[in-house]
Structures are given as structure tokens and as C-alpha cells.
Ligand binder design. Sequence first.
Ligand SMILES: O=C(O)[C@H](O)[C@@H](O)[C@H](O)[C@H](O)COP(=O)(O)O
Length: 353
Amino acid sequence: MSKSSSSLKGYVGTYTKGDSVGIYSFTLNTEIPEIKDVQVAAELGNPTYLTISKDNQYLYSVIKDGDKGGVAAYSISDQGELHLLNSQLTEGASPCHVSIDNEKNYVVTANYHKGTVELYPVNKENGSVSPSSSTVQHEGFGPNKDRQEKPHVHYSGFTPDEKYIAVIDLGIDKLITYANNDGVLEEVSTLSVQPGSGPRHLEFHPNGKHAYLMTELSSEVITLSYDSESGTFEEIQSLSTIPADFTENNQGSAIHVTTDGRFVYVSNRGHNSIAVFSVNQESGELTFIEHTSTEGDWPRDFELDPSERFVVASNQESGNLVLYTRDETTGKLTLIQSDISVPFPVCVKFLND
Ligand SMILES: O=C(O)[C@H](O)[C@@H](O)[C@H](O)[C@H](O)COP(=O)(O)O
């Protein structure tokens, strides 16, 4: 399924509440354009976040199985079917985010409820996950008594050169960089953001020198500079992602940066929108462009397709995916389709080019 193909394969992670039974797949016909063929791809509990290996061989999912939680590994067939390889489960709540490195050496998970980061070596022969080789337990709390009573790790992902793993903790307002020393996580630096802001997700600019952090509790996008040698971040700028006159509840959710480095997109749950920002290529600083409605309730995430001519948003509470075309010059989104039913969708991932 290459960039030149008019049919792109996508997967949707969900909460298995209501009618949802697991991971769903769909096709995006880029010529019409239209999303269709929504079907169950794998049955498992709460596969909220997914990650696909760069070579499209394997998909890894968060999994909840009774009182246990962890990671499930699947191989992806040429037709895009998922076949279970194995899973690694431990007692307690399941993680909320999962990432894999480009070489398929390690999967890393973030566990919101436990306040932990877990590293899982990947079996090079068949893509299955080995038991966790390292678990780090965060400590502390933040000023928001309801949401920051303890650590809540919300994101873990590899830095662009994959030298480090960046971890975001919503409960303690920190972005912590870890080194992976032969399967053991070792802390190398910490950035504390505004107390109470509740940082959630991170994406790097393709220049590797800037990164953008989305906060959940304060609904802000924070521009960071990044030193790839030391793995340290510094704050440059902070902007609200919702209009100043919007006073209802909003929880910031996802963030994505285009591969040309020109635009940053973030999603707002409550305001139910995607906010578009343009990027100053020198300073990395952002300028707000527009809000676009997500045509539904509670957009927990969204994704650009591999060509980046399309964006698909996932509205968790209204149970619909929304397809937009993206103007690559202005960054603006145009609504195409909003009636694609998927129960409790959380994230969308496409097969890579
Ligand atoms: O995004 C949210 O709504 C909140 O941060 C939080 O309320 C939620 O619990 C975590 O995302 C973890 O959720 P799961 O462990 O259920 O994925």
C-alpha cells in the first residue's frame, strides 16, 4: 500500500465499551476521496493506542485482559489483516500509549494509572514482545487535586535519532528523557512545565531541533528546543489551543507535525476542534491559523495519512471518524466526510509508505 496507491489502509484503536470489540480497519480511497470498509481487525480488550513498525510488518497495541494490562503484538499480512503473535501482561491497569523504534528493537509503553514507563525488547525473528526488561515508577504529584494526585505517565516515544526516549507525565507536569542502556531505562534529564498544565503528548519537528508538547489540563501547545546530544528540552513559547472566549470544559488531546515541518495540528476535546498552527522555520515558534470543527464529540486523536493530503479525526464519544483534505500550502482543513461509524474510537494509524 504505497503512496502512489489510491487505497490506503488504516487502523483504529478503541475502548471496548458498547459495541466495540477491538481494533478496526478501514480503507481510504484517495481519489474519491472516501473512507469505507470499516471492519473488525482484531478482537481484544481496550486497544486504545496502536503503533505500526516502519516496515509495516508488525502492529503493537495496548491491551487490557481482565485485571491485567500490557502489550499485544500482531503481524500484518499483505492484505492488511492482523494475526496475533503474543502479548505480555502484568497485574493492574493497562498502559495508555505505545511506541516502537525504527529498527524494531524495543516497544515502550506509558501507563497513566500506574505512573510507570515500561520497555519491552522485541523478538527480532518474529516481532513478538518479550517480558519487560525495565520499568520506571514515577513519583510525585501536582497542584490539580483531581487529576494530579499522583504520577500519570501519558506518553512515551523515541527521539528522532532514537538515542533517547521522551516520556510525559501529566500528573507531575514533567517531560523526562531516558536513555536505553541495553534494555534498562536511565533518566538523563527533566523539564518541568507550568504546574497544573498536565502535559500529554509530544511530537518533534523534522529538523530534530524543536518539539511541540500538548497539555491536557491547560489546553496549550508548548514549543520546545531540543538538544539531541544531551537529550534536554527548553521551553520557547506557549499558546492556548482554544479561543479566549471559550469558557466550557476543554481537555487538550493529540498533536501532530507535518513532515515538511510547516504546520502543527492539535485536537481539543470539549471545544471539539482541530487547531492549526504554522511554524516559523528559524525559531520554531507557532502562529495560530484556524480552528476546524471535528463534527462530533471528544476528538481523542487524529492522524495525517502518509501523503499528508488527508487528516482523519476520531471522536471518542460520538463514535465517528471524520475525513478532511489538507491544503499543503495554507495548512487549512476542508471537511469531506463525517459519518464514518466506529464505536469509541481513540487513535487512528495508517500503514507507512
Ligand atoms: O485522556 C484523558 O481523558 C485523561 O488523561 C485520562 O482521564 C485518561 O484516563 C487517560 O488518558 C488514560 O486512559 P486509559 O488508561 O483509559 O487509556
